[in-house]
Design a protein around this ligand. Sequence first.
Ligand code: ATP
Length: 246
Amino acid sequence: MNRVEVRNLQVSYGNKTVLAVEHASFERGRFYGIVGPSGAGKSTLLRVINLLEKPASGSLQLFGDETDLTSLSYSKGLPLQRKMGFVAQKPSMFHASVYENVSLGLRYRKREKAEIQMLVQEALDLVELSHLADQRANTLSGGEAQRIALARALVIKPKLLLLDEPTASLDPYNISIFERVIQTFHRQTNTTVLMITHNLPQARRLAQTCLFVNKGRIVEWADTDAFFNRPACIELQDFVSGRMIC
Ligand SMILES: Nc1ncnc2c1ncn2[C@@H]1O[C@H](COP(=O)(O)OP(=O)(O)OP(=O)(O)O)[C@@H](O)[C@H]1O
């Protein structure tokens, strides 16, 4: 019950299997970094966990009962999806104010107006953008929009936070704010975080455990220090040393 687990996960396009994970288990409250070459299957793994994509086979346990992902209906998936926050590489904003964008998940959950106001204010303070509450979201800079996307994911207090290269297109200033916010949030809550990143120093800074995904498989999994300083498999040695370039 105290973990997120996937079993017998397989995703294929045509006759190409892009993800095959026999078993992966993520502890409550732990911060995981997911790294690997381009096209390895990292985003596919997060999309399947976030129920954005149906695998050919596989089950998910999300701090509770195990669910068969192949037969999951919309109504059974909704309560699971509501335990998760997701931030993608590029923020997609609704044509509305920043406040309305951040409050959307809370309104779906039918929270009281006063509670919504309090939680949105808290989330905007966390990303240091409360002064933009009334601004139209489509007028934000890229860095601001990504911090608002983070506020929108955190405001619902997710049990599982999924981050897919969230700082890939940010400048150093916004990267440092983004990292500080997720670190603070992670420290203050018992949230499990899965973060894909191509920025290896970032994985070292933030993650407690790292996973190396290559050719659709999780090929190595270790505490961050051992992962980078004592990688066991040759592919990971090549990857962390920069010898693996694709
Ligand atoms: N809808 C799709 N149809 C066909 N192939 C797909 C589809 N989605 C993903 N793929 C393929 O699946 C493989 C894994 O993609 P995925 O996006 O998970 O990789 P990734 O490790 O996240 O890569 P990157 O680091 O470049 O984002 C890639 O070869 C990709 O081309």
